[in-house]
Structures are given as structure tokens and as C-alpha cells.
Ligand binder design. Sequence first.
Ligand code: F0G
Length: 458
Amino acid sequence: MQLPYAEPFRIKMVETIKRSTREEREQWIKDAKYNLFNLKSEQVFVDLLTDSGTGAMSDKQWSEMMIGDESYAGASSFYKMKDAIKNILGFDYFLPTHQGRAAENVLFSVLVKEGDIVPGNSHFDTTKGHIEYRKATAVDCTIDEAFDTTIQHDFKGNINLEKLEKTFNDYPMAKIPMVIVTVTCNSSGGQPVSMQNIKDVHALCKKYGTLVMFDSARFAENAYFIKKREAGYADKSIKEIVKEMYTYADAMTMSSKKDAIVNMGGFIGFKDEDLYKQASVFGIIFEGFVTYGGMSGRDMNALAQGLDEGTEFPFLESRVEQVAYLGNKLKEYGVPVQEPFGGHAIFVDAKRFLPHLPKENFVAQTLAVELYLEGGVRGVEIGAILADRDPVTRENRYPALELLRLAIPRRTYTNNHMDYIAASLKNVFDRKEGITSGVKILKEAPIMRHFTVELDRL
Ligand code: F0G
């Protein structure tokens, strides 16, 4: 018999979580204005809001926390992080930042000007936010297959080269400071980008003369998919694949809260010393001196250790296969999900789940509320509320996909939790015809509204 994969760790410390009654949840979600970000964490049984900063650190990471060097300048922890970034990702220069969006803020302060065009593959919302905040435009060049959850495609994060070249031809290249390749592509469902596509995008960018920047939050999961799905990579280690991926990047931004398995932290990697020096000025203003940039020494130590652990095959296998375990359970129950399954999350196709609801009723948010009511499981809407309004027309933007994301924190929940989540969603699926209304917006912020939006039931 073929032995199944199993977690390459055992559990040394646990944290109690509590179940609640449906009546309690009815009250709590009402008090939270039907916005799951407003719930207290103790009102949640299984928390799938995000896989960002919610993973469990290892004993080695905790040990590293004890020997962090908190010197303002030149801390050994900075050099530990520098070595890890050089060894694993191949960048000579880097700036620490407190998280991923801070890395975007610092780098884009150098690169993105008013009127610029920044092509990419379904830019993450903070990335798009930092582009639009600078009165520039993010152009989505993701392949069309990504927008149909029923199509099987190994690399739905890929960039369509014709769309990219058309963008290069439609605008003066001086207005296109970089192309952003998001690995894996979160907004299109945790979908990977193939090595071939990375190579082709890089070649096109060099032909036209622009930078390639990787938004790298889940780069290790991307490498895992390349190993599993792309010809020629089965026998390569994750670290070898990662190294190769980054030979095609001029710069990277990293939210270390994902694949570096820390609770807080980020950085920017640079190949070019001059760009690093320009960004350092903004790093110092926004984040702190170049050798700590918003991070404690202990956190830089844990990050360096996490980068190593996060790029080990047995860990990635157990992580990505746990996500797939949930995906397969849901499929068995007939729940429509994005396929192939994402690396960090299962994305439920809310339009196919609740086809009778109009998009104006915020279908994925409605489903998120129903799942919470059913089992105390907190997911997150990746749909029209997240998509914000068009910055010019102020009309609601209704994206092609209305998704409920169930993001799985790293090394945190067991497969029994996956069974519990799947059963909760099955119960909602069994009573879907009874879900006839939806939600409406009472109050919203002008940008990134989904965090603070206040809703009511229709
Ligand atoms: N890029 C991607 C692809 C992300 O998924 C995120 C965060 C960021 C950048 C920003 O990083 O949160 O450290 O500032 N994604 C989280 C999520 C919030 O839930 O998917 P950050």
C-alpha cells in the first residue's frame, strides 16, 4: 500500500478554541454589521479569514526569537535575514518592512508615478490600492481560463502574453515601470504561474525594457505546483525551483506572513543596487533604518528560519495536500469550487452556489455570512465588496468571479477541522434555495472598503 502523506511535525503546544450556538452567532454577526472582519476572534470556531500571519511557528523559530539582536543598526538578525534571502531567493540587496503592503509602499514610491500603467496577473488588493493611490492604473493580463472556475488548467495564474504585449503597445513604455507577477496569484484563486510563463514574461519585459517584479507572498507554494505539474521539474528540489524562478525577477515584494511562516514581517528584494538605494530613502521614512525597517530583530531571526522551513518539500506537500483534502470533500458534497484547488485556500464559487441571487446583493458576502451562522467558520469574500468602486466612475465593480475564500493557516488545523468546515458548508448548500435575499451596504470607506464596510441583510 502506498503510504499517505503526513504532517512532517508533531504538536507541542495547543490553543483552545470554543464552539458557540447559532443564536449567539446570529447576534454577533448582526453586531458586526455582517462584516466578518468585525467579529472578535473568540466568536469564531475555525478561522479561515486568512492564511496571513496566522500560521504556527516551529520550535526552531521560537528559539530564534530568543536570540534576536535588537540593535538599531547592523543587528546580526539583519544579516541572518540577508543570508537567507541571498541563499534562498538570490537577491543581493534587501530592505526589511513590517509586512507586504509596506514593501509595496516603499518600492512603488520609487517606481510608480501618476498616469503610469502597471500590468500584472490579478493584482492583490493592497497592490492595486498602492497603484491607484498614486493615480496609476493596474492592468490585469491574467489568462482568461482563470475566470472560469470549471476549467482545468495547471497554471491559472499565468499572464496572457498577447494581453501583456498589447498593453506594451498601447502605452509609451516610459509609463510602464514594471510588470507584477504574483506567485501564486491570490485573487484568481491561489493559482500558480508556470516557470515557462515566468520565462516568457521576463523575455517580453526585457525586449520592451521594463522591470519584472514578483509579488512573492506564496512563492514556495508556486514552486511546489511547478514541481508537481510542469515537465522537467519533478526531480528538482523546491529550493532549486525557487532559485530558478527568481533568476527572472528584477525585484520582489514579500509578505512574510505567508510562506515564511511568521506572524508579522516583510521585505523587498533587489538585484540592482541603485534601485535599492533609491528605495532605502522611502524605507527609512516609512519603515525605519535599513537594517530593521519595521521589524524587531527577533522577528527577522524567525523569518530567516521560516524561509528555510517554508521551502522544504515535506512541509509544502502536507500543506497543499491539506487544502486539497478540503477541496475534495467539498467536491464530493457537490459544492462548486475553483479548480484546480489553490495552494493556500479553497475558493467557493458563490455565483454557482447561489445562482438565483443578483450580483447587486453581494453573493459571496452573503455566503460568507451563512457559513459563519452555520458553523462558526469565518471565510472571506473575494468579490464585489473587495473589488471596490471604479476610482473614476465610482460605480461598483463586479468582478468576473464572486468567491468565498477559505484560507487555511499553516500548521494550525487538523483534517478533522477540514471535515468540520466541509460539513458546515454542505449544510448551507443543502438549504441554499432558502437563501433568497442577500446584503446591502450601509457605510463604506472610499478605498479598501471591505475591511470596514457596514452591511445589513436585505
Ligand atoms: N500580495 C499578496 C499576493 C497577498 O496575498 C497579500 C496579503 C499582500 C501582497 C499584502 O501583504 O498583508 O503582509 O501587507 N494577503 C493577505 C490575504 C492579507 O489574506 O490574502 P500584507
